[in-house]
Design a binder for this molecule. Structure first.
Ligand SMILES: [Zn+2]
Length: 96
């Protein structure tokens, strides 16, 4: 399966491994070669080692991709804009 960004791919792969699914990320090293290779060929991909794990892998990734409920919020102390899943400011540590 393809992922938009190498960072997202690494994030998904970590989550899959945490769920007990053996996988690896490929093609991330090719991102410097854009222009020589059609873009889609360069997109990082997650390879699931066991075909039987694929359905479960898709479930894990769907969960990660699901939008988090709630609105982004702004820290009262430092003004940082924060994602809804954070209960604390990552910059200054102030509670929401
Ligand atoms: Zn803050």
């Amino acid at each position: 399966m393809r992922c938009e960004h190498a960072i997202a791919a690494a994030h998904y792969a970590g989550a899959l491994r945490a769920a007990g699914i053996d996988c690896e990320v490929r093609n991330t090293m090719l991102s410097g070669a854009l222009g020589e290779i059609p873009f889609l060929e360069c997109a990082p991909q997650i390879w699931i080692r066991h075909a039987l794990d694929e359905a479960r892998a898709r479930e894990v990734i769907d969960q990660l991709r699901a939008p988090v409920a709630g609105e982004p919020w702004t820290c009262r102390q430092c003004g940082e804009l924060l994602e809804p899943q954070f209960a604390q400011c990552w910059r200054c540590g102030a509670a929401r």
